[in-house]
Design a protein around this ligand. Structure first.
Ligand SMILES: Cc1cc2nc3c(=O)[nH]c(=O)nc-3n(C[C@H](O)[C@H](O)[C@H](O)COP(=O)(O)O)c2cc1C
Ligand code: SF4
Length: 482
């Protein structure tokens, strides 16, 4: 039976473990930074010398680390895109916005082990020749912001930040910036605009790839809290060792937030791909199973933007047989390994690592309406398909959940959703608002049609009742209206 593998959360929930510097140091804190800064330049057999920073970047590349913020993009590759020849300063931003509904992993790190995140950031900055970095934290995380401010002060006092860090000749400072609490501020280019003091309107890519034209039009690295914590462990154990955790192309550990209709809601750190969705939901160490007497109806595997899975859905996957050859097998959705690639192959994604479980008590139309309302509220409004489409979908779902739907609403919803993504919008919010609608309606169409048809019938009955009473302007109706 698989169990948690606590690497990032190793100490976070241990009794007596506190978020202050002294406690962190007692548990080996800042040793990875010392190791990174003590690295001498390395001379290769061909006589070429590589700097400590290059060696650190190599370790991250070898580790196979993929971003934990949502897209699962290779961290090493992202760092390799940074324009190091522009002559402009390079910035690093830690994305602590954690705005994807269902996700509550970064805040555990921030509240319980903030120095780990800061150490990861300093190493990432040192590796990328960054001298000024930012933490962009969601405005509602008031306590988290206070803890991080304190941790930054403690790090400055110990010369882990500031001038000539640990006598290395390297200077770095990190500033904390509190956002105002908008989903779009988590999107990296919207975040950058917000950090510059403007409205968080995402920028169009190309040309505004942060690695080239980011903060103040300078090369910028944006990484998630958990990604930067992983960097600390990669340097501690070496990239190749880290790559042994998890599964090929899906290395390391991941913190999964589990919410919805399971007995043990919470966050669990696991090796990527070593645990199936079934185990995450049912095992006593993880979700602990569904509530008594309930059956699974659906599951959102990677935060509210991810396409929903229907209970009983089957997927064809390639598995290695005993002879080492790939064979195609049909497996239940629940038996998908929880990793980046398997979930993408199954048409969804592990996104921000947030599983939302829906049992058979769920009104699927209500659930989607709730999600759609969120997206309609959070669209920044720059792109017409997203601004109008998200609103039209929310309105159609509102009427379906308020007895005023139409049988044709199911097709109407999909038609709108199909016209939002696919390069029609500036940022991936377009996909994020369309995917839930496409998948919920696509997989549970009968529920949407039944609701709409019921409302159609109700309207017809009302009309015929009014007609029998002499029509809309009949004296009876006017009397009853009074
Ligand atoms: C609408 C939207 C919201 C996002 N919200 C977050 C967020 O809250 N936190 C986060 O780390 N990434 C978020 N992302 C992803 C970021 O744009 C970016 O890819 C990520 O911070 C990169 O970090 P990583 O490479 O370490 O994953 C969001 C993306 C979109 C499109
Ligand atoms: S896709 Fe939506 S959220 Fe993204 S820039 Fe366009 S309108 Fe704004």
């Amino acid at each position: 039976m698989p169990s948690e593998y606590r690497l990032i959360l190793k100490y976070a929930d241990q009794p007596g473990y506190t978020p202050d510097m002294e406690c962190y140091l007692r548990h080996g804190g800042y040793e990875s930074l010392r190791k990174a800064m003590a690295l001498p330049p390395k001379t290769l057999p061909d006589g070429k010398t590589i700097s400590a920073a290059e060696q650190l970047r190599d370790e991250v590349r070898i580790s196979g680390l993929r971003g934990r913020g949502g897209a699962g993009f290779s961290c090493g590759l992202k760092w390799s895109f940074v324009d190091r020849k522009s002559g402009k300063p390079i910035y690093l931003i830690c994305n602590a916005d954690e705005s994807e509904p269902g996700t509550f992993k970064d805040k555990q790190i921030i509240y319980k082990d903030p120095h780990q995140m800061i150490e990861g950031m300093i190493i990432a900055c040192y590796a990328n020749d960054v001298h000024l970095a930012y933490i962009y934290i969601r405005g509602e995380f008031v306590e988290g912001a206070k803890l991080l401010e304190r941790a930054l002060r403690e790090a400055r006092a110990r010369n882990f930040l500031g001038r000539n860090i640990l006598a290395s000749g390297y200077d770095l400072d990190i500033w904390l910036h509190r956002g105002a609490g908008a989903y779009i501020c988590g999107e990296e280019t919207g975040l950058i605009e917000s950090l510059e003091g403007k409205r968080a309107y995402p920028r169009i890519k190309p040309p505004y790839f942060p690695a080239v034209l980011g903060l103040y039009m300078c090369p910028t690295i944006v990484n998630n809290v958990e990604t930067l914590c992983a960097v600390k462990h990669i340097i501690a154990m070496g990239g190749a060792e880290y790559a042994k955790l998890g599964t090929p192309n899906n290395t390391g550990t991941r913190i999964v937030s589990i919410s919805g209709h399971v007995k043990r809601l919470g966050y669990y750190e696991v090796e990527v791909g070593k645990v199936t969705i079934r185990q995450l939901i049912n095992d006593p160490e993880f979700g602990g199973g569904l509530r008594e007497g309930r059956k699974l109806k659906a599951l959102i595997p990677g935060g509210s933007s991810a396409k929903v899975f229907k209970a009983g859905e089957k997927f064809k996957v390639k598995r290695k047989g005993p002879d080492g050859k790939d064979t195609e097998q049909e497996i239940d959705m629940l038996d998908l390994p929880y990793d980046f690639d398997s979930l993408i192959a199954a048409g969804s994604m592990s996104g921000s690592g947030a599983i939302i479980v829906l049992d058979d008590s769920t009104d699927i139309v209500e659930a989607l309406s709730n999600i759609a309302e969120f997206y309609a509220h959070e669209s920044c409004g720059q792109c017409t398909p997203c601004r109008e489409g998200s609103l039209w979908m929310a309105k159609a779902l509102h009427r379906l959940t308020h007895g005023q739907g139409r049988k044709a609403d199911a097709d109407y919803l999909v038609k709108i959703a199909d016209n939002i993504p696919g390069g029609r919008t500036i940022c991936a919010f377009g996909e994020a608002c369309a995917w839930p609608v496409q998948s919920f309606v696509g997989k549970f169409k009968e529920e949407f049609v039944a609701k709409g048809a019921g409302d159609d019938r109700g309207r017809k009955q009302e009309m015929s009742r009014l007609n029998m009473n002499g029509g809309l302007n009949s004296p009876e109706r006017l009397v009853t209206q009074k």
